[in-house]
Write a protein that binds this ligand. Structure first.
Ligand SMILES: CC(C)(COP(=O)(O)OP(=O)(O)OC[C@H]1O[C@@H](n2cnc3c(N)ncnc32)[C@H](O)[C@@H]1OP(=O)(O)O)[C@@H](O)C(=O)NCCC(=O)NCCS
Length: 184
C-alpha cells in the first residue's frame, strides 16, 4: 500500500476560519476525541469504538501516523485558522482504493462548533485536495443517512452530487474533472 502523505502546505480556509492538521497525542486532542466519542448524535451518525475511554483515544491517536503510512486512511483535525489547538471537528478519507483511485470522505463537527460552516468548508478543502495532483484520486464518495439533512448539505457544499441509495444510505460522490477542463 502506498503511504498517504499529509497535504502540503496545510489546508486552510481563512474566510471560514478553519485549518486542517494531523491529530497529535496531546492531552487536548485526547480530551476532544473522548468528548466526540461520547456524543450520542455523532455516535449514531459516524459510529464510535466500543471502548471510548481516554486510554483508547490515546492509543488511536498514537497510531495515526502508522495508519497513514499503511495507506489506510487520512484523518485530519479541523482547527481554527488562527492556529490554536482547539478541535472543532474532523474530516477524513478512508477506504482509500488506489487501484480504483477513489476514497470515502467523512466528517464530524464538535457539538459546540456546529452550524457555522465548519463542516462545509473543511469537507470542501479536503475534497479539493483529494482530487488535486497531490491527493491523486479521481473520486471521493460519501454515504449519508437519508435523515441527516445537515450532512447532505455539507456534501453538496463540498461539490459532491447525490448518486442514489444503497444499503439504507444515500451515496454521494464527486469526480475529478478531466484534464484540460480543470481550472489552472
Ligand atoms: C452534520 C455536521 C457534520 C454538520 O456540521 P456543521 O459544521 O454544523 O455544518 P455547516 O455549519 O457547515 O452547515 C452545513 C449545512 O447544514 C446546515 N445546518 C447545520 N447545522 C444546522 C442547524 N443546527 N440548523 C439548521 N441548519 C443547519 C447549514 O445551514 C448548512 O446548510 P446550507 O448549505 O444550506 O447553508 C454536524 O452536525 C455533525 O457533526 N453532526 C453529527 C455527526 C454527523 O452527522 N456526521 C456526518 C455523518 S455522514
Amino acid at each position: 500500500m502506498r503511504p498517504v502523505l499529509l497535504p502540503h502546505p496545510p489546508l486552510v480556509d481563512r474566510g471560514a476560519g478553519v485549518a486542517l492538521r494531523p491529530w497529535t497525542a496531546s492531552a487536548g486532542d485526547v480530551a476532544a476525541l473522548v468528548a466526540a466519542w461520547s456524543d450520542p448524535v455523532l455516535a449514531a451518525a459516524n459510529g464510535v469504538p466500543d471502548d471510548a475511554s481516554a486510554a483508547a483515544a490515546a492509543r488511536w491517536l498514537r497510531s495515526d501516523a502508522a495508519r497513514r503510512a499503511a495507506g489506510a486512511c487520512l484523518d485530519l483535525v479541523v482547527g481554527p485558522a488562527t492556529g490554536g489547538d482547539e478541535v472543532l471537528g474532523e474530516v477524513g478519507l478512508r477506504n482509500i482504493d488506489r487501484d480504483r483511485r477513489r476514497a470515502e470522505i467523512s466528517w464530524w463537527v464538535a457539538a459546540d462548533a456546529r452550524g457555522r460552516g465548519v463542516a462545509a468548508a473543511s469537507a470542501r478543502l479536503l475534497a479539493d485536495w483529494a482530487l488535486s495532483e497531490q491527493g491523486d484520486l479521481d473520486q471521493v464518495w460519501a454515504r449519508i443517512d437519508p435523515t441527516n439533512t445537515f450532512s447532505a448539505r455539507v456534501a453538496a457544499a463540498a461539490g459532491l452530487v447525490e448518486l442514489g441509495s444503497a444499503a439504507g444510505t444515500v451515496v454521494w460522490a464527486r469526480t475529478r474533472a478531466p484534464a484540460g477542463t480543470r481550472p489552472a
